[in-house]
Write a protein that binds this ligand. Structure first.
Ligand code: NAG
Ligand code: NAG
Ligand code: NAG
Ligand code: NAG
Length: 307
C-alpha cells in the first residue's frame, strides 16, 4: 500500500501521533505525521544533543512551514485536524493537569498545554518531489492546524478550481504554499478555554489568563545564560504581545497607551470568538473509561500518557 508515496506531508509537532493517508491508485499518497511531545529544539538542526537524521534529510528537501500553529494539546489538535474547526466551537473542553513536559521550546515562551508560542508554534514541513520541484524553501505565511484538511483536500484534487468546504474555520492554503503567496488568514484562535484563551490578529496577540501564575521561559539550550524566569507569578487578566518585534512574548503591551487601538482590535476578535464557544459536552466521567479519575482521553494518546 505504501510502496510509492510520491507525496509526504511530514509535520513534526508537540501534539499526538497521527498517520493519515488519502490515496487512490492514480493520485499520489498523502501521508501526514504528527509527533507528540517533541520540543521545538529536539532535532539535530537546532540542538546537537539530538539526532534526527531522517527528519533532517526530509526537511532539507522540503517546503518548511515556519509559522505553523497547532492546538496546545494532542486531543484538540486531532479534533481540529479532523474537522477543520476550532475546538472551542465543538464543545471540546479537555480537562488537563499541566503536563510536566520538559521538552525544550527555548527561546519560545511556554510549554505544551499553554497558549504561548512554545505550546503552539511547531516545526513543520511538506515534502514532495512532484509538487515542490522548487524545494527547499521556506513558506512564512500564517498557517493553523484547521487549514490542513482543507489544504490537503485541495492538494489532492490538484485543480485550480478550489474545493469549497462549508462550515470550517480552516482556509485553503494550497496555492499560497505552492506559489509562495500570502496566507489566506491574518488571524487565528490559539485556544478559548474558560480560564485561558489567546487569539492573534496580524502581528498582535492577546493572551487571557483568569488567574496566575503562567509559563515563562523553560529549558534554555545548554550554554545559554538567561535571566528570564521559568514561571511568571501574576498573569491575571489580558496581555498583549507584538510577535513581529517580540516573538518570545517578553513585553506585555496591554497597559501601554500607544497600543490602545491594537488592543481594541484583538479584543474585539477575542470576544467574537468567545461568543462562539460551546461549553464541554461531557457531563460525567464513565468510571470504566481508560484514564478515568485522572485525565479524560480518547485513548489514542497512550504513548504520551505512559511517557
Ligand atoms: C496536476 O495537474 C497538472 C495539470 O494541471 C499535471 O501536470 C500534474 O501532473 C498533476 N499532478 C499530480 C500530482 O497529479
Ligand atoms: C476537483 O477538480 C475538478 C476539476 O479538475 C472538479 O470538477 C471537481 O469538482 C473537484 N472536486 C471537488 C470535490 O470539488
Ligand atoms: C517567498 O515570499 C517571501 C515574501 O513573502 C520572500 O521573502 C521570499 O523570498 C519568497 N521565497 C521564494 C523562494 O521566492
Ligand atoms: C554564562 O555565565 C557563566 C557564569 O556566570 C559564564 O562563565 C559563562 O561564560 C556564561 N556563558 C555565556 C555563553 O555567556
Amino acid at each position: 500500500m505504501f510502496q510509492t508515496p510520491k507525496l509526504w506531508l511530514w509535520i513534526a509537532v508537540l501534539s499526538c501521533h497521527l498517520i493519515h493517508r488519502v490515496a487512490s491508485r492514480t493520485q499520489p499518497h498523502v501521508i501526514m505525521i504528527m509527533i507528540d511531545d517533541q520540543g521545538y529544539n529536539e532535532r539535530s538542526s537546532r540542538n546537537p544533543e539530538f539526532r534526527t537524521p531522517v527528519m533532517d534529510r526530509l526537511e532539507s528537501q522540503s517546503v518548511r512551514l515556519t509559522r505553523m500553529y497547532m492546538q496546545p494539546s494532542c486531543s484538540m489538535s486531532r479534533a481540529a485536524w479532523m474537522t477543520g474547526r476550532y475546538p472551542h466551537t465543538m464543545g471540546i473542553e479537555q480537562p488537563f493537569q499541566g503536563y510536566d513536559n520538559r521538552a525544550s521550546n527555548w527561546p519560545l515562551r511556554g510549554k505544551k498545554s499553554t497558549v504561548f508560542e512554545g505550546g503552539t508554534l511547531v516545526p513543520a514541513f511538506m515534502y514532495s518531489r512532484v509538487l515542490f520541484p522548487d524545494a527547499p524553501r521556506d513558506y512564512n505565511g500564517l498557517l493553523h492546524v484547521t487549514d490542513l484538511p482543507v489544504t490537503i483536500i485541495n492538494l489532492a484534487n490538484n485543480s485550480t478550481t478550489p474545493v469549497v468546504i462549508p462550515n470550517v474555520d480552516g482556509k485553503n492554503q494550497w496555492l499560497a504554499i505552492k506559489q509562495n503567496g500570502s496566507s489566506k488568514r491574518d488571524k487565528m484562535v490559539y485556544q478559548m478555554w474558560l480560564d485561558v484563551g489567546a487569539v492573534r490578529v496580524g502581528q498582535f496577540k492577546l493572551v487571557y489568563h483568569k488567574r496566575g501564575p503562567c509559563s515563562g521561559w523553560q529549558n534554555p539550550l545548554s550554554g545559554v545564560n538567561t535571566t528570564l524566569p521559568e514561571n511568571v507569578d501574576d498573569c491575571k487578566g489580558y496581555m498583549l504581545f507584538d510577535l513581529n518585534n517580540d516573538p518570545y512574548e517578553i513585553n506585555d503591551l496591554s497597559k501601554d497607551p500607544q497600543y490602545t487601538q491594537q488592543m481594541s482590535i484583538v479584543m474585539n476578535y477575542f470576544n467574537k470568538e468567545k461568543a462562539r464557544r460551546i461549553p464541554a459536552q461531557i457531563s460525567g466521567m464513565d468510571p470504566n473509561m481508560p484514564g478515568a479519575g485522572a485525565d479524560w482521553t480518547p485513548g489514542w494518546c497512550d504513548a504520551a500518557n505512559s511517557a
